[in-house]
Design a protein around this ligand. Sequence first.
Ligand SMILES: [Zn+2]
Length: 346
Amino acid sequence: MAGPRAGVDYPRSDAELRSWFRTDADCLDYLQWLRWPQGFVCPRCEGAGGWSTSDGRFKCAQCGTRTSTTAGTLFDRRRTPLTVWFAACWMFAAQKDGVSALSLTRSLEIGSYQTAWAMLHRLRSVLVRPGRERLSGIVEVDETVMGGVEPGLTGGRSRGKKKSLVAVAVERKEPHGFGRCRMLPIPDASGDSLRAFLVDHVEEGSTVITDGWQAYQMATNGLYIHKRFVVPDNDAPTLLPGVHRVASLSKRWLLGTHQGAVEADHLAEYLNEFVFRFNRRKSRSRGLVFHRVLELAVAHDPVRYRDLVVNPKPKAKPPTPPLGRGHPPTMDRPPAGRPWRATRSA
Ligand SMILES: [Zn+2]
């Protein structure tokens, strides 16, 4: 199969979204197909096969455990109706620039800003897939300062009040154009910090292009082919056009969609969202991105509210992939099995 199909496996338009997902049962049906594309797999014993119970759950044919479609997923025990989740996910994934918590509150008539804020943060939390591939080939790397503008403070390396230093890496394609990017707040522009960023985000053996900042020599030493260009600061855009583009697009997005109202503690998650969308900018359909986000959400563990609000630092260790889900979805591999519409009408 060639992958999920527009209008068959995912909605193509607002109108299609509304007509497909009128009730929570419609949404559950879709999540069920995403979670178990080849039929129910018991999360407890990993046995395949079972039957639906009258309360909308599944009973495992082998161990008898009852499981709801949303149990152990991002939607576990959420009070917000799934239809509202789907509409939020659509705005988050299918709109070109995503959506802010404020406009989500207004357009979906969600009771409180806090609820909308938490929904969007929960959706953000599923975007970084454990074990995702690192960038490779020719990669531009630089740092940029993000956050409030302070008069008199210029230059990329000084970290002022309410500002964050962000490392940016962008694949350069030959003969022209750019591939994927990664962004991450870093504590400083030291060799150690830059090396840690590189190791996590760029494959060893890649060619790393940087400006003349000397810490990059230590950061790349022994792992990467380092091309270092010493130029006056105002030539940086022509030297590193990829990172320049990504940095300015992301800043514009934070100021535009989010009106600059991004908490410094949560900058990393916002940047993940930006990167996720940037890396899918050539996706043939925005609806496909909606499909992927939901696919990741059903494979993701539940996220507690207190983990969202006291989440000042990125996790030291990457999360481990959830177990016992049968077929963990990935961003690269569309789910096998019958398309949803066919399953549904059968
Ligand atoms: Zn079982």
